[in-house]
Design a protein around this ligand. Structure first.
Ligand code: ADP
Ligand code: MG
Length: 237
């Protein structure tokens, strides 16, 4: 069976800066894959390329058996690429349920159906009791969960999570970890960027380390954390 996601020799240049350099990764169906690496390694850029926010300078992106490199973000979302965004300011003045309906409407333009989906997702993410609260009144951990809920409302096959566990208390982070497992158990493949190794390593099936825009190492989490190249990238210069 083909991988759900494959990037082939992807490059992203911003003027003279090379943010992604010949990045080839695969994510299999049903996997939780961790994308890690120091600040500035190019993780968010790679997410933008996968989601279609940016066209790669070079290389191609295959999703669900098709080349999606030239498809815009909205079309990739339709095909099942879901991602978290930082909570946009204008959404702060909307209720939790309306935020999630915005996500659901990307998939289903019938309002009644979108509302039903949004309620289902709020139950799934443990936010049902907060449905009518303004997004601005949520505590930070709930805002992160709302980002995940909004992405889930688009009914993704692949969920891209960019640092949704960063900055949480250990207890909140464990709640987040449980939610990621639940997402995978619901049949959704997960590619997640996370900084906190202690949290992400026990959760993922496979880890891919980016450093200076390149894939440095990939493999089982236990092997990756012991790899001298990884230790040097995190601790060295
Ligand atoms: P990470 O998410 O791993 O911290 P990023 O992908 O955000 O790294 O950034 C990789 C590099 O690309 C950084 O040096 C960053 O400053 C640069 N970069 C990211 N986005 C842009 C952009 N839109 N324009 C110019 N440089 C960018
Ligand atoms: Mg980033």
């Amino acid at each position: 069976m083909t991988a759900l996601l494959e990037t082939r020799g992807v490059w992203q240049r911003f003027g003279g800066l090379v943010a992604n350099s010949d990045v080839s990764i695969t994510v299999g169906r049903g996997e939780i894959v961790g994308l890690i690496g120091p600040n500035g390694a190019g993780k968010s850029t790679l997410f933008n390329l996968i989601a279609g926010v940016l066209p790669p300078t070079q290389g191609s992106i295959l999703f669900d058996g098709e080349d999606v490199t030239s498809l815009p973000a909205a079309e990739r979302c339709q095909r099942g690429v879901g991602r978290t965004f930082q909570v946009v300011k204008s959404f702060e003045s909307m209720s939790v349920i309306d935020n999630v309906i915005v996500g659901a409407l990307l998939r289903n333009t019938v309002m009644r159906e979108a509302r039903r989906k949004a309620h289902e997702v709020l139950e799934f993410t443990g936010l049902a009791a907060r449905a009518d609260v303004l997004a601005s009144d949520l505590v930070p951990a709930e805002k992160r969960r709302l980002e995940v809920a909004r992405a889930l409302a688009t009914e993704p096959k692949l969920l891209l999570l960019d640092e949704v566990l960063t900055g949480l208390t250990p207890t909140e982070a464990q709640t987040g970890v449980a939610l990621v497992r639940k997402v995978r158990d619901a049949g959704i493949t997960v590619l997640m960027v996370e900084h906190v190794m202690e949290i992400v390593m026990p959760l993922v099936d496979r880890a891919i380390v980016l450093d200076l825009g390149k894939v440095l190492v990939e493999g089982k989490p236990a092997d990756v954390v012991r790899d001298p190249k990884v230790i040097k990238a995190y601790l060295g210069d």
